[in-house]
Design a binder for this molecule. Structure first.
Ligand code: GUN
Length: 296
């Protein structure tokens, strides 16, 4: 079997076209322009690219974007002061502090400072709790994007066994929390695997849907995947490539060429989950603006 390619680019484009209309309506009927503030500390090359893409994506669909750049050696207090200012800025509906943060800054302390109603990343413990009890305000972007890709490409989630490799707070745990809910587009049986899992290939082979979020280039090989399963690759890894003008290329956590011969559907890297993450961020920003103005 050669897998169907699930194109995140295509699904993201569809969703962004829908959101663009929604924003035009918000402007026309309510005079509201959703606004997203993105805070970048330092110059981590991947983060710089992400932040640039977020800004461009906002502009394309009519969201105001505000960028705040701090030096790599900025103090925690300085960053907290920026967050406080954004918390009380009426033009800012969503706040995103790009991770990872430099060592001198306590990441949790910063994420906890963002007012939950502007927490478009869905990382604040308040929002994590709301997600877990099945009454979310904002779902975290990458996990929500994974769910949307499955739904919009017609993959049955209810009753399926979803095996997730990786237990991070950003991807592994929230993907599980979302897909395990007794709810529409969920109702899966969920297994989370990690670095201490015994007989990993035996466990991953159980997945009707396999989600790879480990951060190790091409970790998932064909022997770990069941014939006919759906494989979602959340990994974005830079590997050295001298033939590439940039000196690197992007690969996922899945050995794409061999796994695509066994799966029934698979997401590529790039062009898979990546564009969905920003799409769901735009979705959350619109939601934050509507919440503030009590629009259903
Ligand atoms: N760094 C990598 N992914 C993310 C994300 O989804 N949100 C934030 N804030 N930082 C990230």
């Amino acid at each position: 079997m050669t897998a169907k390619i699930i194109s995140g680019n295509k699904i993201a484009e569809e969703m962004r076209a829908e959101m663009k209309k929604e924003i035009e309506e918000l402007k026309a009927k309510h005079s509201i322009v959703p606004g997203l503030a993105v805070v970048l500390v330092g110059e981590n090359p991947a983060s710089v690219v992400y932040v640039r893409n977020k800004k461009k994506s906002c502009e394309e669909i009519g969201i105001n974007s505000f960028e705040h750049k701090l030096a790599a050696d900025a103090s925690e207090d300085k960053l907290l002061a920026v967050v406080d200012k954004l918390n009380s800025d009426d033009a800012v509906h969503g706040i995103l502090v790009q991770l990872p943060l430099p060592k001198q800054i306590d990441e949790n302390k910063v994420l906890n400072r963002i007012i939950p109603t502007k927490d478009v990343d869905g990382f604040h413990p308040f929002n994590v709790g709301r997600m877990l009890v099945g009454d979310p305000i904002f779902l975290p972007c990458t996990p929500h994007g994974v769910q949307q890709m499955l739904v919009r490409s017609g993959v049955k989630i209810a009753g399926s066994h979803v095996v997730i490799i990786g237990r991070s707070n950003i991807v592994g745990k929230p993907v599980a929390a979302i897909l395990i809910q007794k709810a529409k587009n969920a109702d899966a049986t969920v297994t989370i695997c990690h670095s201490r899992t015994k007989n990993l290939p035996e466990v991953t082979q159980l997945g009707d849907i396999l989600v790879a979020a480990i951060g190790v280039p091409e970790f998932v090989k064909a022997n770990m995947v069941r014939e006919g399963s759906v494989v979602i690759d959340v990994g974005v890894n830079r590997v050295e490539d001298k033939s590439n003008p940039k000196g690197f290329r992007l690969v996922g956590d899945v050995a794409f060429d061999e796994v695509k011969e066994k799966a029934s559907a698979i997401t590529p890297v790039p062009g898979g989950v990546g564009p969905m993450t920003i799409t769901m961020l735009l979705h959350n920003t619109i939601r934050a603006a509507k919440l503030k103005h009590n629009i259903a």
